[in-house]
Design a protein around this ligand. Sequence first.
Ligand code: HEM
Length: 405
Amino acid sequence: MKDFAPVVFNDETLQDPYPTYTRLLEEGPLHYVDVGSKWPVWSVFGHAECSSIAKDPRCSAKRAQQLLLSLPLSRQSEFSELARMFSLWLIFMDPPEHTRLRKLLNKGFSPAAIEALRPPIENLVDRMLKPLKPGMEIDLLSAFAYPMPVSVISEMMGVPDALHGTFADWSRAIAVFRGSPNRTVEHAHAAQDAMLHLTDYFRKTVAERKRNKGDDLISLLIDIEEEGEVLTEEEVYAQCIALLFAGHETTRNLIGNGMYTLLQYPEPTAELRENPEMIRSAVEELLRYESPVQFTARVLKEDIELCGQHIPKKWTILCMLGAANRDPKRFKDPNQLDLKRLNNQHLAFSAGPHACIGGQLARLEGQVAILNLVQRFPNMKLVGPRQEWASTFGLRGLTSLRVTL
Ligand code: HEM
């Protein structure tokens, strides 16, 4: 082990993490890195290693309590409710609870259920893009990439349009807390308040929906609760918040990061415009190249040996998905954008039992949104010399994306 820990999450790597990933991957797949919190953390950068940690039953997903570790010890108890509420999310559960709930929730995300959303998503994109005209200067994120996935997930959950703005603010507060490696007390307060407001909203909505069930995701969760022994009522609210959050905070960055990347590569983008059937492989490549989720974490249930290193029980391991997606052992010319890349086994949606349940939905939204943008606005250009990346390193996205259409 080195006597100093390489810094991975600072302002410089936030703006461009890829040279650091490349350098660390050249040295090996496992590193003890400074992530801007109190202690360095063992982190896997290699594709094969990330994938095997995500699938390893000795690695627990129960890590909600760990989210508080970067706060001052004397303040952590103020946020025990926040950690408890996070711990009810599917993503922070282990088997057998995780397996049972995941199996039942999969119904809401089956290929047939997602494919049925194609026409409404195409209509939504058409409605949202119609008022935008070539030559206009806009922030593509606030005008389209953010509100579009919010409408889709809200529609799936039956959340009224009038609440989208408030929900987006609450969701952002949770994202800032979850996605920042160096969380502050202020971030934790904002996230806890948001979580309490959302719980309150869903408590009322679930009670109302029980009287009047439909074919939305909340009704599916109520059916699961009524089947018994899988979800308590409080866990139903928690899954509602988790789904709403996941629907807000990730797909928007697939569209935003994807368009930002395409605007820097006019030639492959022109090829995509001429050959719309390329959109599937193009979206896979954009997910790989500028992954909206840069890392996830697991906590060891027992001591393990990893890449020749002994790591004790209870330690956290970060899976650096964004780095794994640039691993030269897995991808030819990993730092090159190739919209026609074959066999693109990226880890943007992670792997193993917690692999993203909404992956097919995100792909569909990304394909419809990006293809429409590329085809309707062939002269779209970036405005200004450079765009800033938001401080939520784990959830990688730009603060704005100013373009001329
Ligand atoms: C481009 C968009 C998206 C990306 C990059 C993404 C990424 C991820 C990743 C990396 C994980 C696994 C984390 C881990 O292994 O610890 C995950 C899990 C999850 N995602 Fe997504 N996601 C996206 C969109 C969505 C959408 C649209 C939804 C739902 C509406 C969703 C719902 C979930 C849920 C519920 C989990 C937890 C699954 C489980 O623990 O079994 N995601 N996502």
